[in-house]
Write a protein that binds this ligand. Structure first.
Ligand code: AHM
Ligand code: MG
Length: 336
């Protein structure tokens, strides 16, 4: 029997919401269509040498775009055309992105990372699209502003990601749990596959770039030493699993339990707060993990409480099973 498609699921779950007007579903549909288009191109990525190099012409005489540029343009075009967004922002674009006058402006502000982990494309490792959705806070039905985007993460109306892996999976939360939908390639539809995902309270996996060990603060170093010490009081043997692609590392830990860390390091003085971006990476993942019963922290503060100051600010990210994140925080505060 054919399962429930993501749009059917959204329509059913919103049926009892008196505020539901279909606007959110139309916005989400824009992202879903973009994801299908990006997925199709990702699947062909290895053929780029045959079909043509980025920035050159392919055999049909068309200009070949780099895959991350293509993903960015696709997300922008579909969201602008949805008629439900008032302003957009992307990891790939320095300033906010307006909605052209020919399109209706809606009540949502969306910020996204069109193709996260794109340095992994050439080696066939899973990559993903991450998105974060806010309700507009400026009044009227004109252009949205930075104010609509720079809201703390706990105010997100919804967040999600699409992982282009051995299958393509959409993971979504609109504040009522976390649900996974797997693409059936023969239908081109995302079908409900993981309803109400709950992350285990404690995991057995830690995901971190240990190459940065000598650049971390004491707390992060001591935590990683502790987790690797079989004689420590956790009485577990943790496995190290680091793909180096946030969506892939996060997705595995969400389903199986574990902790992902990108702590602050002093490797690059221009990035004193680690590598990952608050608005388009940390916030959406933190919204999802909390909805699944997990936690996300900088070590000092809950990620979702941070009041953003700029679109592209970076933040240390410690995210995953609740008890594992709590233990990290204890080490970070010098309480262990
Ligand atoms: P990107 O947005 O430039 O692709 O960088 C983000 C990626 C994440 O997917 C991943 O968690 C991280 O960078 C890995 O960084 P590192 O190679 O420093 O371990
Ligand atoms: Mg990214």
């Amino acid at each position: 029997m054919l399962g429930t498609t993501v749009i059917e699921y959204l329509l059913v779950t919103q049926k009892n919401n008196p505020m539901a007007t279909g606007a959110f579903t139309r916005l989400l549909n824009g992202i879903i269509v973009a994801a299908k288009v990006i997925q199709r191109e990702v699947a062909k990525a290895g053929l780029v040498d045959i079909l043509g190099y980025a920035g050159r012409q392919n055999v049909q005489g068309e200009q070949v775009q780099k895959l991350d540029d293509f993903a960015n343009t696709t997300m922008i075009n579909r969201l602008q055309a949805s008629g439900e967004a008032c302003v957009l922002a992307s990891e790939e674009v320095a300033d906010l992105i307006e909605i052209p006058p020919k399109f209706k402006k809606g009540n949502y502000a969306v910020i996204f990372d069109p193709l996260d982990g794109s340095s992994n494309i050439d080696v066939n490792v899973s990559i993903g699209t991450i998105f974060s959705i806010y309700r507009r806070v400026t009044s009227g039905d004109g252009d949205g502003t930075l104010e609509d985007l720079l809201q703390p993460g706990y105010k997100q109306a919804a967040a999600g990601y699409i992982i282009y892996g051995s299958s393509t999976v959409l993971v979504l939360s609109a504040g009522n749990g976390v649900h996974g939908f797997t693409m059936d390639p023969s239908l081109g539809e995302f079908i409900l596959s993981n309803e109400n995902i709950q992350i285990p309270e404690r995991g057995k996996v830690f995901s971190v770039n240990e190459g940065n060990y000598n650049f971390w603060d004491d707390g992060a170093r001591k935590y990683v030493d502790y987790i690797k010490n079989p004689a420590a009081d956790h009485k577990r043997i943790y496995s190290g699993r680091y793909i180096g692609s946030l969506v892939a590392d996060f997705h595995r830990n969400l389903l199986q339990g574990g902790i992902f860390l990108y702590p602050a390091d002093h490797k690059d003085p221009r990035k004193p707060k680690g590598k990952l971006r608050l608005m388009c990476e940390a916030n959406p993942m933190s919204f999802i993990v909390e909805q699944a019963g997990g936690a996300a922290s900088t070590g000092d503060q809950r990620i979702l409480d941070i009041v953003p100051e700029e679109l592209h600010q970076r933040v240390p990210l410690i995210i995953g099973s609740k008890k594992d994140v709590e233990t990290f925080v204890d080490f970070h505060r010098g309480q262990r």
